[in-house]
Design a protein around this ligand. Structure first.
Ligand SMILES: Cc1cc2nc3c(=O)[nH]c(=O)nc-3n(C[C@H](O)[C@H](O)[C@H](O)COP(=O)(O)OP(=O)(O)OC[C@H]3O[C@@H](n4cnc5c(N)ncnc54)[C@H](O)[C@@H]3O)c2cc1C
Ligand code: SF4
Ligand code: SF4
Length: 1021
């Protein structure tokens, strides 16, 4: 995977890069790349696109690094450090890159520990400790620990992405920090390299010897000499993460660093943001997994009262059972109520129309004791003048649902379209609880004065409330940010709080360190940096001598940011808007001034939060799950597109080789469309790339063969016997691989000589349909018509058995042939041809849809394009009307069943007496169309269908058939789908996607069935 050595590593190419960090010339960068490639096993990524992808994190900043190194092992990281020292190139360590303050951006060599350096080295369940490499993700560690009944309790919201090395770097804090403390309270030791290449073990000071002891003594002397300053200036709140932890020798925090009051030198590294040493391993203190949790949701008539009550509520936690007090404000309640998926859950938590909620969680081993805590909470609220304000949740499921709603509310807030975005820069100031109400009130006034507003959420228990005012960084965002920061800091000082209470310093808050601690302590921090890193090699100018937070040369969207003018193939005007920061109202589509007609603004929706780096439930992002490469991640792709569209990757823009590489393994699963908090829709963006690329490079034979399949399918089926020989004669398969790139290891779908449209299925005419009581249009796609017509016949029979008059969609005029959604054309970059097909379909079916007649389809990727891509092809209202009636068969049947109109069918279905496993097609998941499949299968008496927790099957249209993708395709299938199928040999496997069924057949040698076929089986049983 080594990238080619750099052609050009000019600092000029770094655009607005912060060039005083690294003085690496082209020559030095070239030598660095060469030595890394020669002396290590790691990946050496020095292309402009690679460096561009690692130039950002979840902050507003962008600094192009000299290069990127992905070590295969800890030893590789050490060698890289030595090489950097030799060549005087700074080192910027990185985990998941989810820092919000720009900690991981810098013009040195970025070392990404997250891909390979992620082993659990040791777990000692008896001592409740674990030793891990820095690249391991918190959720993965906790999954590993589950069998021991222990967990690592610093439960950051980014638990699925954050690495332990990054968490230690930032001194991260979870929402349950009131019970467990911050990262620093849960680290027992660390092995780390200082910039001279020495590996040290940091642990208890009283046990330290040699160089570590000497370092500790020098820090201790500093702390003792500065005791009065520390006492006077050090914030006394739990949530203080700024600067270095000089106070390990003179603790000012309400929570001691260690249980026995000893000093642990590893705590000096925690929160040092990669500036003191490079972490090789961490020894962690584990906790017992809480056996029970209960939740009390307190409803407040005013936000102020909610804030004011937090100080009293936390007093219920003196016995250690209080684990969280989380805020949900009115804006979030409203956003959740607008979302049909979340409204029912949030309603269960509401009493009337509260202005704010506090989610108060107690956890412990004794459920009865927890129930008593809820009673105490109710009583307390009565005492505070709010009797009857608490909704009690003792069961796990409603609690879990409510936590999900809180997360989702934030996500919706983040998806604001237009150049104004919620910006994180004062988002985690922490103030003592008694001042929380006044502080939030005063800060809200500050926002108002600056013509913006913020939505409040998060950790009321520890006085850290997240808030992001909306600012437009391309216009006056930077000065506004500074002005708000200054006023916020004055409030923090007034209330004796901590300016940096969770997310670290980085570029955004570094300059506030001196302000917070005063010059003497700041000088002591400089001294600590000099002791550990005299060469100033590790993340220079962070924490010590940091730049100004509002230096626009360091920003991703500086006022000079420009987009290359282009006309996209699809309609992106919905993104081409501006917004009003005070009301969040957006202007009309197409008025945002985007030179790329909305495409660029859609790409820029990615705020780099890294949520796509996940392996848990949901689809996003299958290619990253297999490769773990930033390049093959939705974020990496969005960054590549942003850089290309803004001319930062050269003149080829969208059609550049860098974009092709980044999108090569995108399977267009639309997982990101659903799972990405800001709705980045990479599948649609890939259509733009394909169109631009084919405009430049022309179509290959394979493109034409796959794209035009619907055009020649009827003719080809006449030669079914001959064409199917390809699957029986290995030589033909090999020739297919050589000339078309279709893998010889794959069977191809088998043509049927008697296809659906010849089978004499007695569909109703349009006239009969219009006259019918229960009309429905069956849209039979190319795949189910010419390769698996039994599915379409089964759907017809099921609908007829349920009492519907079924019209089979066909062209209204001309040759009367089958209609096509254009999916294969889109997948081949033939957008004009796809639009022509879609036009035929809209012309034929819109008049029926306009009369309220449902259009029902079988293949998710085909039918759902009527609800997705069709609305971006310029059909206006007609597409919207058709989209409103376009349903997958199961969505239609589930709707009808819920309305009590399927009793006839229900009466005819017989038991099948087999377990049923369901694999959802990615597009079904993206459109929330999976639960109807389960609902409909449950109409079969006794059926208890189980959903396989799977991401993409890996086939994804033609992707898995291509020789160059075969291996990746199989790896995707092996992540969860194929093992699940194999583990249930007796089950009926249901998969609605044509290519999913093919993948299951190829990978597990099992015949998966469309749900329509299962229903028909139950009719015939
Ligand atoms: C939506 C969102 C929600 C968040 N919620 C929380 C939250 O609830 N609580 C919280 O505390 N934070 C939160 N954060 C911030 C961030 O996720 C955390 O700080 C997280 O722990 C960072 O982990 P990471 O692996 O992404 O680290 P990175 O961002 O990659 O790195 C963090 C720091 O660690 C350093 N580092 C990484 N590896 C090493 C190493 N091997 N040696 C030395 N230094 C190293 C880096 O240089 C950097 O300074 C949130 C961020 C986002 C975007
Ligand atoms: S693509 Fe979406 S999930 Fe991924 S980093 Fe960007 S905004 Fe976050
Ligand atoms: S469409 Fe699928 S593969 Fe492509 S970026 Fe989105 S989640 Fe990843």
């Amino acid at each position: 995977m080594n990238a080619p050595l750099p052609l050009e590593i000019a600092r000029e190419a770094a655009g607005n890069a912060y060039d005083t960090v690294s003085q690496a010339s082209n020559e030095v960068a070239g030598r660095l790349a060469q030595r890394l490639a020669a002396e290590t096993q790691g990946e050496v990524l020095f292309s402009p696109a690679d460096r561009g992808r690692y130039a950002t994190d979840a902050s507003i900043y962008q600094v192009v690094p000299v290069g990127v190194f992905v070590p295969k092992s800890a030893e590789d990281a050490r060698i890289a450090l030595d090489i950097c020292r030799d060549l005087k190139v700074p080192v910027v360590p990185r985990g998941g890159g989810t820092s919000q303050c720009g900690q991981t951006v810098g013009a040195g060599l970025v070392i990404d520990f997250s891909k390979h350096v992620r082993k659990v080295l040791e777990v000692d369940a008896a001592q409740r400790t674990a030793t891990v490499e820095p690249g391991i993700v918190l959720d993965h560690l906790n999954a590993h620990l589950k069998k021991t009944g222990l967990w690592y309790p610093v439960d950051v919201s980014t638990a699925a992405q954050a690495t332990l090395g990054g968490m230690a770097g930032n001194n991260s804090c979870g929402s349950r920090s009131i019970a467990y403390g911050n990262m620093v309270h849960n680290v027992l030791g660390a092995q780390a390299w200082t910039s001279d290449g020495q590996l040290h073990t940091f642990g208890r000071f009283d046990e330290a010897g040699g160089a570590v002891r000497a370092l500790g003594e020098r820090v201790r002397d500093l702390a003792l000499a500065l005791a009065p300053e520390i006492e006077a200036n050090w914030p006394k709140v739990l949530r203080r993460v700024a600067g270095y932890n000089l106070d390990v020798f003179h603790n000012q925090n309400e929570k001691p660093y260690t249980k026995d009051g000893s000093v642990n030198l590893a705590h000096l590294l925690v929160g040092s943001e990669g500036t003191l040493a490079l972490t090789r391993s961490l020894k962690l203190q584990l906790s017992e997994l809480p056996r029970h949790k209960v939740l009390g949701v307190v409803n407040f008539p005013t936000f102020y009262q909610a804030m004011d009550s937090a100080q009293h509520i936390v007093k219920l936690g003196t016995d250690g059972t209080l684990t969280a007090v989380e805020l949900v404000d009115r804006t979030m309640i409203d956003l959740s109520l607008q979302n049909p998926a979340f409204a029912p859950t949030v309603r269960t938590a509401l009493i009337g129309r509260p202005d704010a909620l506090l989610l108060v969680e107690f956890a412990g081993a004794d459920k009865a004791a927890l129930a008593r805590k809820l009673s105490e909470l109710e009583q307390l609220m009565g005492d505070l003048g709010l009797p009857g304000s608490v909704v009690l949740m003792s069961d796990e499921a409603p609690q879990k649902n409510l936590w999900e709603v809180r997360k989702a509310g934030l996500n919706i807030m983040m998806s604001l379209k237009g150049d104004g975005k919620p910006v994180s820069f004062i988002e985690d100031c922490a103030v003592p609880l008694q001042h929380l109400a006044e502080y939030t009130d005063a800060l809200t006034q500050v926002f108002r004065k600056h013509g913006t507003k913020g939505t409040w959420y998060a950790h009321a228990s520890v006085g850290t409330l997240h808030v992001r005012p909306i600012l437009d960084m391309r216009r006056n965002g930077a000065p506004e940010m500074r002005a708000i920061a200054e006023e916020a800091s004055a409030l923090v000082r007034k209330y004796k709080g901590a300016y940096s209470g969770e997310h670290g310093d980085g570029l955004c808050r570094g300059e506030w360190i001196r302000w917070q601690f005063g010059p003497k302590i700041d000088d002591a921090f400089r001294e600590i940096k000099r002791m550990f890193d005299p060469l100033d090699l590790l993340s220079p100018r962070r924490i010590i001598d940091p730049p100004r937070m509002d230096d626009t040369r360091l920003m991703r969207f500086p006022p000079t940011y420009k987009v290359i003018p282009l006309q996209p193939a699809l309609d992106w005007s919905a993104w081409d808007v501006q917004n009003d920061p005070a009301t969040e109202k957006t202007t009309a589509p197409g008025t945002g001034g985007d030179q790329a007609k909305g495409l660029a603004k859609a790409v820029e929706m990615c705020n780099n939060n890294g949520h796509c780096r996940k392996f848990d439930a949901g689809t996003m992002c299958p290619s990253y799950r297999v490769t773990r490469d930033e390049k093959h991640l939705t974020r990496g792709r969005a960054n590549t597109l942003r850089l290309a569209l803004s001319g930062q990757l050269g003149p080829d823009g969208l059609a550049s080789e860098d974009v092709r590489e980044a999108l090569e393994l995108c399977v267009s699963c639309k997982g990101c469309k659903r799972d990405c908090p800001t709705g980045v829709d990479m599948a649609r963006m890939k259509i733009e790339f394909l169109a631009a690329d084919r405009r430049k490079n022309g179509f290959s034979l394979k493109d034409r063969l796959i794209g035009r399949l619907p055009d020649y399918a009827a003719t080809a089926s006449r030669f079914a016997g001959l064409l199917n020989l390809r699957n029986r004669v290995p030589l033909l398969a090999k020739l297919g691989e050589k000339f078309l790139g279709l893998s010889a290891q794959r069977s191809l779908p088998e043509w049927e000589s008697c296809h659906f449209f010849q089978a004499g299925v007695p569909g109703a005419s349009r006239e009969e349909l219009l006259a019918a009581q229960r009309p429905v249009v069956l849209f039979v796609d190319t795949f189910n018509a010419f390769f698996e017509s039994a599915n379409a016949k089964a759907a017809f029979h099921v609908l007829a058995a349920a009492g519907y008059t079924v019209h089979i969609a066909s062209k209204e005029t001309g040759d009367g042939k089958h209609l096509c959604c254009g999916r294969t054309y889109l997948a081949s970059g033939m957008v004009d041809e796809a639009r022509a097909k879609a036009t035929e379909l809209v012309d034929a079916l819109h008049p029926l849809a306009a009369k309220g007649i449902p259009v029902v389809g079988l293949e998710p990727s085909c039918l759902l394009s009527l609800r997705d891509e069709f609305t971006a092809m310029g059909f206006g209202e007609r597409a919207r009307v058709l989209a409103g009636q376009a349903l997958l068969l199961e969505e239609f049947l589930a709707r009808e069943a819920a309305a009590g109109r399927l009793e006839e069918l229900r009466g005819k279905l017989k038991p099948l007496d087999k377990p049923i496993l369901v694999h959802g097609h990615c597009h079904q998941k993206a459109f929330g169309a999976i639960s109807p499949v389960l609902d409909v299968l449950k109409l079969v008496p006794g059926a208890q269908p189980q959903l396989i927790e799977s991401s993409c099957c890996g086939m994804a249209g033609s992707f898995g058939y291509e020789a160059k993708h075969h291996a990746v395709s199989m790896q995707m299938a092996e992540l969860s789908l194929l093992p699940a199928v194999r583990s249930a040999p007796d089950a009926l496997v249901v998969a609605d996607g044509t290519s999913c069924r093919h993948q299951i057949h190829d990978g597990a040698q099992r015949q998966a069935l469309h749900a329509a076929v299962v229903l028909e089986m139950a009719l015939r049983a």
